[in-house]
Every structure is written in C-alpha cells, then in structure tokens.
Design a protein around this ligand. Structure first.
Ligand code: MN
Length: 408
C-alpha cells in the first residue's frame, strides 16, 4: 500500500510586508492546508524550517501555528527549525507537542543519531523514519579556533554538516534494516545546485550566503529529502530531493516569480514513487507597477483597480524628471479603488546618480545590486593583493551569513 507525506517549508508565519500585517493570509493558508491534508489522505506532515519569520514571533503568529497543530487531522507531524527561527522557542513545547503526535527539533543534538525519529501508523507499526536535522548553526557543527581563517571556517562548516548528516542518516538506515519503511531526510540548507530568485534577477534577502553543500550528502538509500531555505519550489539533482518553496510570497519579487506550492510525495514500500505539486491559492495579490510618468503609472493602477480585488502595489517610477511627491500624486488614482493599496514607491531616478558613478552598475537600481557585488566594487579600486581581496570577500560573506542566520 502506498503512503504519502505533505512536504512544506518556509512559512515565515508572522511575516510583515512594509509594516503591513499578513496574519489574515496565514490564517487562510493554514485553513487551506488542513483541507489538503484531509482531502489527500496525508499520513505525515513534514515542515522543513523557517516556521516563523523572526526569532521572537508575536503572540498572534504563535497562536495561528499552535491552533493549526492542535486541530490538524494529520496523524504525524515533524517540524525542524530554520535560520529564521529561535531554536529554543521551537523546542520549548516539545514534550507537550508529542501528545499531539508532533515532533519538533529546534536545536541540533550533539549526537545527531538522536535526530532519527520513527513515525508509527494507527496499528503501532513503523511507517516512516525521519532524519529531522534542523538548520545547523556554526556552533552546532564546529569548534572555533584562534587559527581560523574564512576559508578554513567554510571548510570545517562543510565537514561538520556532512558529519552531522551522516550520523543521522546512518542511524535511520540502521533502524530501517531490511524493512519496507521509507527513510526521509529533512534539512534547512543551501544545496550547491539550488536555484534562488536572485538567479532569475530578483534579489533575495532570505537566503544570504550560507555555506553550500553537494547533494551527495543524501545517499541513494534515502527515499526522499525534504528541504527548506530556498523559496522557489524545485528538485535538486534528483526527483526525490526537493525544496517545497514558501507557500506565501514573502516579497513583491517572489510574487512575480514561480507559483507557490506544497509537495505531496508518495512511497511504495520503502521507495519514492512520485511527487505532485499542489499550487497554493494567492490569498493577497501583490503587483509591481512601473512607469516613466505619473500618468503612465496611473493608467496601470486604474486597470488593476477595475479588477475589483484586493491588490497591494509596489510602484517604481523610472522617469528622469524629478517629481517631489510621487506617492501624493498617485493617491488621486487609488482614491477611487478602495481595494488597492500602495505599499511602497521607489524612485529609480534618484538612485541613478549613485549607481552611474559606479562602473558596471549603470541602469541598475540599488535593489538589483547584491551586497557581495557592491562590496567587490568597493575593494576593486584599492591597492590590495589578490590574496587580501579574497580574504576580505570571504570575511564579508561570513558577516552576511551571520546576519541572514540571525546570529549576533
Ligand atoms: Mn526561508
């Protein structure tokens, strides 16, 4: 008989957009998710990190999360923390969560074999073995040394990640033995072949510059690898290694990218037998509008307004003529459409002066330039040796990584 899991990640519950509350969207998402779980006869729910958007989510955001877990019809749930989560906040209710068949792993164990978890079917037989490896922080996998340089840090982090996974997966395969129970690996990390929205021309603050590892850390014996961290749904290398992607568009850039999905994965015996992506409805439309004049932008706003649905707008003015108060000039257009709301206005013209000075940046806005590229540009003109340059770049990447990971 076949068995199925629902794989999702990167909920970022409590996420705000330009200070706009999005709790209503998350409430609708959880209701929709529960419908899918019931309709599709899901045996286990697998959530691969970034449960909350910050390490200190609001009580309202936590209420949505706990209400969903307390009422879901899913028999078993496994949740790991991501780089945005507080490991101790995720772990705090671990014991009480077990009462509702939910396993949470916030902080990595020193002994990673403890992250191999057995899920049981209603007859008390093992149904899945899950390697619930949370996002691995520097201190989880590496001992700092006074001789550290950025390259050795990266190398030892990679080694630490490999070792940690091999402990968890090794234990899971040992438990499985000759049985027919599928082994599922989880992770919140950046695989080398993973695609980010940045590759599609959208800057993403969500990924940062975490250490990347190869797909070879997941042996063929693992039936399925359920990943989180990258927000576009995608398989990496093999059909059974996947990022489910985030269910709610985090930014205007994400909203214009690939459709949001959750993944339903099927197993025959111990083997992966197929995956289908279920598109997540858009609970709040986000649209980018740009134009070289207020009138041009205004016409586009009117066209969206006539659709008569709630739309949040990000407006970009691309004209060269300086306009004092673009937001004010556009209010006349939105006034007639109560369902439209302008969340942000970008004046590309004002960036031009800054970016045109910088060779290679002409015609780009600050949003198109990655922090790494800007830093490279900064040190290019200076009298450093190639070796010094590489060292500075690696140190800079390390800082970005720590910011993205929410570490201090
Ligand atoms: Mn994320």
């Amino acid at each position: 008989m076949s068995k199925r899991i629902l794989h999702t990640s990167d909920w970022h519950t409590g996420r705000k957009l330009k200070e706009h509350d999005r709790l209503e969207e998350f409430r609708k998402f959880f209701a929709w998710l529960e419908d899918v779980i019931a309709r599709e006869n899901i045996d286990a729910l697998i959530v691969s990190g970034d449960i909350f958007d910050t390490t200190a989510p609001s009580p309202k955001a936590q209420e949505l999360y706990y209400s969903f877990l307390g009422t879901t019809s899913c028999r078993n749930t496994v949740i790991i923390s991501g780089n945005h989560d507080s490991p101790s906040l995720i772990d705090a209710p671990a014991e009480i969560m077990k009462l509702c068949k939910t396993h949470v792993i916030g902080r990595a164990y020193d002994d990673s074999s403890k992250e191999a978890i057995i899920l049981y079917d209603p007859d008390g037989q093992p149904e899945f073995i899950v390697c619930a490896v949370p996002y691995l922080r520097d201190r989880d996998i590496r001992r700092a040394s006074p001789d550290d340089d950025p390259e050795s840090i990266e190398r030892s982090m990679k080694d630490g990640i490999m070792k940690h996974y091999s402990g968890a997966i090794g234990r899971a395969l040992e438990i499985r033995g000759d049985s027919d129970v599928p082994v599922i690996a989880m992770g919140h990390l950046f695989l080398e072949a993973g695609r980010t929205l940045e590759d599609e021309g959208v800057r993403s603050l969500y990924v940062g510059t975490a250490v990347k590892v190869g797909t070879d850390i997941f042996p063929e014996d693992v039936a399925y690898t359920a990943l989180g961290h990258l927000h576009s749904p995608q398989e990496v290398g093999r059909e059974n290694i996947r990022y489910s992607g985030s269910p709610v568009a985090m930014t205007f850039g994400e909203a214009s990218g690939p459709a949001k999905t959750v993944s339903i994965v099927e197993f025959e015996g111990r083997n992966f037998s197929g995956v289908k992506e279920i598109p997540v409805p858009v609970f709040q439309r986000l649209e980018r509008v740009s134009g070289g004049s207020v009138q041009e932008i205004g016409r586009k706003i009117e066209a969206l307004g006539s659709e008569n649905v709630s739309i949040w707008l990000e407006v970009t003015y691309t004209g060269s003529e300086a306009i004092g108060d673009i937001q004010g000039s556009l209010e006349d257009y939105v006034r007639d459409y109560p369902l439209l709301e302008i969340l942000s206005v970008r004046d590309e013209g004002s960036y031009k002066d800054i970016t045109e000075d910088l060779e290679g940046f002409t015609g780009k806005t600050l949003d198109d330039i990655t922090p790494e590229r800007m830093f490279e540009r900064l040190i290019e003109g200076r009298d450093y040796s190639e070796e010094q340059r590489e060292t500075f770049k690696a140190m800079y990447r390390e800082i970005l990584h720590k910011i993205a990971a929410g570490e201090n």
